[in-house]
Design a protein around this ligand. Structure first.
Ligand SMILES: Nc1ncnc2c1ncn2[C@@H]1O[C@H](COP(=O)(O)OP(=O)(O)OP(=O)(O)O)[C@@H](O)[C@H]1O
Ligand SMILES: [Mg+2]
Length: 355
């Protein structure tokens, strides 16, 4: 049996309450989206239906019994969402077919900025790389995929801003020519977010799906540290053009960067290259360069791993201040070693994508 038949059989086994129909015959399965081992089923049930409390569990049980399926989310709506998009299934007989989706198809390039280790500068690189691309004339969006600790709203000066909802979709926030979507703008900042694996998947998938992405040349995704659920979800739900791995030059960070490279390779995502952040520090008084975290470590590691080296970003006070104050370095014409580095990195990345 192919996947579609397995789903039809599973839904066919679920009775629609006391009626003689199953839920397929009753036409309440609005959508069924499959991404590898993950499934999201959308049911349409009126607000006052008794079945709202019992059916989701039954559906989850039957669908989970399909051998390739590990995780199931059942969404219950009172009526079909009013989508103008053609790609959304209409509540017709066809809607029950499992459909493989990948989000963000209106972008030419989807870039994941990742690292194994936390605090090495992923978010700083994401923002400034995106702004460097804008300076080069590209249309760019940013997706904050760090649902544990979203920092892009602060870095872009969009703290406490709430996205507008239009036609049931979230409109991205706009700043410095960038379009941004971050969970940080949707939830209360002080509430700590504890996510279990399936919830990570669900939250990211929902953010991708419910946002009215404007499309463009690039979307940069700022990932949380590590090689866990968020990385897996994104590799399954969007067609990533390539990953940019950020590392500081010390051994501890490089070890984790190597893990990240290996993880992306395993899921067949190209590594566009490694960025060495906090590479060196140039004293603003005597102009002497000091390799605080031992310069060239990431560059050597890139050679060892046989992946491109995209460039080295020095430690610069203006970078940290820019991040904290919501006015990133590359949001203006900056004249510094770090600004040059971000332009070089952006150019090298574009070159890698062309190859
Ligand atoms: N090259 C740099 N020069 C000066 N400060 C920097 C540099 N890179 C990053 N920082 C600062 O270091 C801190 C951590 O950077 P950032 O938040 O970008 O790291 P991250 O990898 O995204 O962290 P997390 O893993 O928590 O998401 C920030 O305060 C940032 O401003
Ligand atoms: Mg970050």
């Amino acid at each position: 049996m192919d996947l579609q038949q397995q789903f039809e059989a599973a839904f066919g086994r679920i009775p629609f309450g006391d009626s003689s129909q199953n839920i397929l015959e009753a036409n309440i399965v609005y959508g069924c989206v499959v991404n590898d081992d993950f499934v999201k089923v959308t049911l349409i049930l009126p607000e006052n239906s008794d079945l709202r409390s019992s059916l989701p569990e039954l559906v989850e049980m039957e669908v989970k019994a399909i051998p390739t399926i590990e995780r199931v989310v059942v969404e219950v709506l009172s009526e079909p969402p009013q989508e103008e998009e053609e790609s959304e299934p209409k509540p017709s007989r066809r809607a029950q077919q499992p459909k493989r989706t990948s989000y963000l198809q209106n972008y030419d390039n989807i870039i994941a900025v990742a690292s194994g280790k936390g605090g090495v500068g992923k978010s700083t690189v994401s923002v400034n790389l995106a702004l460097a691309l804008i300076q080069m004339g590209y249309k760019v969006s940013l997706f904050d995929a760090d649902i544990y600790g979203p920092s892009l709203p602060i870095m872009l000066g969009l703290r406490h801003e709430k996205p507008v909802v239009s036609h049931n979709r979230l409109m991205p926030l706009n700043k410095y020519g960038l379009d941004l979507m971050s969970i940080g703008n949707l939830v209360d900042e002080s509430s700590s977010m504890v996510w279990r694996g399936p919830m990570v998947h669900q939250a990211l998938e929902q953010l991708l799906r419910d946002t009215q992405w404007p499309g463009g040349d690039f979307i940069i995704m700022d990932l949380p540290p590590g090689t866990g659920d968020a990385q897996l979800t994104l590799s399954q739900t969007v067609e990533i053009s390539g990953a940019v791995i950020v590392s500081t030059p010390q051994d501890v960070a490089l070890l984790d960067a190597t893990k990240a490279v290996n993880m992306f390779s395993k899921v067949d995502i190209d590594i566009l290259g490694i960025v060495e952040n906090m590479s060196f520090f140039v004293c603003p008084h005597c102009e002497k360069s000091t390799p605080i975290f031992s310069q060239y470590g990431a560059q050597r590691e890139a050679e060892k791993l046989d992946v491109p080296f995209l460039g080295a970003v020095p430690i610069e006070l203006a970078l940290r201040q820019g991040g904290d104050s919501g006015k990133p370095l590359m949001s203006r014409e900056a004249n510094s070693a770090a600004a040059d580095a971000f332009l070089t990195i952006a150019q090298n990345m574009v070159k890698q994508l062309e190859e």
